[in-house]
Ligand binder design. Structure first.
Ligand code: URA
Length: 191
């Protein structure tokens, strides 16, 4: 993984490398059973070189805490693109295409049983299909032998708090699946 990280940190495959401060490789446990995928670094992430450390990240941490998942033990958090799109715009298809092999390598190395895509860009970017999160969220899909749960991006939950209820339903399904296939004794006070 360190070798892959070095390669990603030196990447110049798409124009996003020109405006980046730091590459955001992703963070968490390299042997995690749960792999979360966001869109791309924002201002704070680009500054820190760490995934989900801004406002969305704080909300994501609350959700993970409610699931009794920690970044250190249970999850790895990555993004569709590893460099910040200027002004936090959605990454262009050619930027996602250039970066996708890195994500695929990360997934292969971490070898998670469960993948969670956060938002439309992650869902579309990973599957290559033009899917709608509002339609697909909460429904398990199979992605190359791994269980994939699409849900909302935390920034959507910040913009529209009424979506939080649905997002929590999605994460509850993840906890149940985690108990089913990873650890039947995984504690969670809510479920
Ligand atoms: N939003 C994302 O999609 N990814 C991050 O790493 C931070 C915010």
């Amino acid at each position: 993984m360190e070798e892959l990280k070095n390669r990603v940190e030196q990447c110049t495959k798409c124009p996003l490398h020109k405006s980046r401060n730091k590459v955001v490789f992703g963070n968490g446990n390299y042997q995690a059973s749960v792999f979360l995928i966001g869109e791309g670094p924002g201002y704070e992430e680009d500054k820190a070189g760490e995934a989900f450390v801004g406002r969305s990240g704080k909300l994501l941490d609350k959700i993970l805490l409610a699931c009794n998942f920690t970044r250190e033990a249970h999850v790895f958090i990555g993004n569709i693109v590893k460099c910040r799109p200027p002004g936090n715009r959605t990454p262009y298809p050619e930027e996602m295409e250039a970066c996708l092999p890195y994500l695929e390598e990360q997934i292969e190395k971490v070898d998670p049983a469960i993948i969670i895509t956060l938002g439309a860009t992650a869902l579309k970017g990973l599957t290559g299909e033009n899917l709608k999160v509002t339609r697909e969220r909460g429904k398990w899909r199979l992605w190359f032998n791994r269980m994939l749960m699409p849900t909302y991006h935390p920034s959507a939950l910040l913009r529209n708090p009424s979506l939080k209820r649905d997002a929590w339903e999605d994460f509850k399904k993840v906890i149940l699946k985690y108990r089913e296939i990873i650890d039947q004794n995984h504690p969670c006070q809510y479920i």
